[in-house]
Design a protein around this ligand. Structure first.
Ligand code: DEZ
Ligand code: MG
Length: 298
């Protein structure tokens, strides 16, 4: 059995830097927990950049568009990131619907999810309804205006929705009962690391739509390899010299392993050390936190 190796010394960090040119970062649980930036993240990213490393950000959190992630990076003082370095699951899902499924732009998308999904669809010229519409915050009743279904809806996209309620789930089901309506999910993470808490993730919400409709969605976030194809179309990385840094085994680490990348798990999000030490081969490396790559240099 090949146990994951814990990064605890400067020599190990140096060896990691020799081995990899491209660092792909998960965001929730690696860089930040909501609005709380994790220790020495800004310094670590600057340090890696100073060593000539390419930094790419790959998040399953669909509540923000790439444009809004850019603003979040700026707010935290992370410099030198461009939109093309950010791959969010809202973006990946919108692009897949548009480019792979060739979605008819005269049709609309019903959203069970946050603003990120609406924004990425808008950027591609696709209309969307539902989602963050405040009318959906009202309790469900037979008078709901949404029960008069929009015949132009051709797809449902489901993702993380922190305003989830019976109204949203009920209307989503009405659209999914039509087998001609495409069903997509941004990601299937069961949980979501918040500051000091583990909360229900997008997968736990989407599961309700799956169960009630009896349908399975096309999923676009990690560990789906379509996301890696999208990254490759933009950056053409040498995957053997690339490493995926994440906090979750069944999304981030699987994504890295399936894609032929190295894998580094940090313990600031979902997984515990005991859990990591049960793994054989993946992750290849683990650390208490991302900031250790910087702190161990001192
Ligand atoms: O439930 C979700 O959508 C996810 O748990 C969460 O947002 C994952 O984000 P990531 O860790 O990929 O940045
Ligand atoms: Mg994460």
């Amino acid at each position: 059995m090949s146990l994951p190796q814990k990064i605890t010394t400067k020599e190990q960090v140096d060896a990691l830097l020799d081995q990899y040119d491209n660092f792909l970062f998960d965001c929730d649980g690696v860089l930040w927990l909501g609005d709380h930036l994790l220790p020495h993240v800004v310094e670590t990213l600057a340090f890696l950049k100073s060593k000539g490393k390419k930094l790419i950000f790959v998040t399953n959190n669909s509540t923000k568009s790439r444009e809004n992630y850019l603003k979040k990076f700026e707010k935290f003082g992370v410099k030198g990131i461009t939109k093309s370095d950010i791959f969010g699951s809202a973006y990946a899902t919108a692009v897949y619907l548009d480019k792979v499924m060739k979605f008819d732009h005269t049709k609309k998308v019903w959203v069970l999810g946050g603003q990120g999904v609406h924004d990425e669809l808008t950027e591609l010229g696709i209309q969307s309804i539902g989602g963050t519409d405040p009318e959906l915050d009202k309790p469900f009743s037979d008078d709901s205006k949404f029960l008069k279904l929009d015949p132009e809806v051709g797809a449902v996209i489901a993702g993380l929705d922190t305003s989830i309620n019976y109204h949203r789930l009920s209307i989503t089901l009405q659209y999914l009962l039509d087998p001609n309506v495409i069903f997509m999910a941004t990601n299937i993470d069961s949980t979501f690391p918040s500051h000091g808490k583990i909360l229900p993730g997008a997968g736990s919400i989407i599961e309700s739509a799956i169960y009630s409709s009896g349908r399975q969605p096309t999923v676009c976030g990690k560990p789906n390899m379509n996301l890696l194809k999208a990254i490759q179309a933009e950056h053409n990385l040498n995957l053997e010299r690339s490493i995926m840094v994440g906090d979750r085994l069944n999304t981030d680490m699987k994504f890295g392993k399936d894609g032929g990348l190295g894998t580094l798990l940090v313990l600031t999000g979902i997984e515990t050390e005991a859990n990591v030490l049960k793994q054989d081969g993946t992750p290849k490396y683990y650390a208490d936190k991302l900031g250790d790559l910087y702190e161990l240099q001192k």
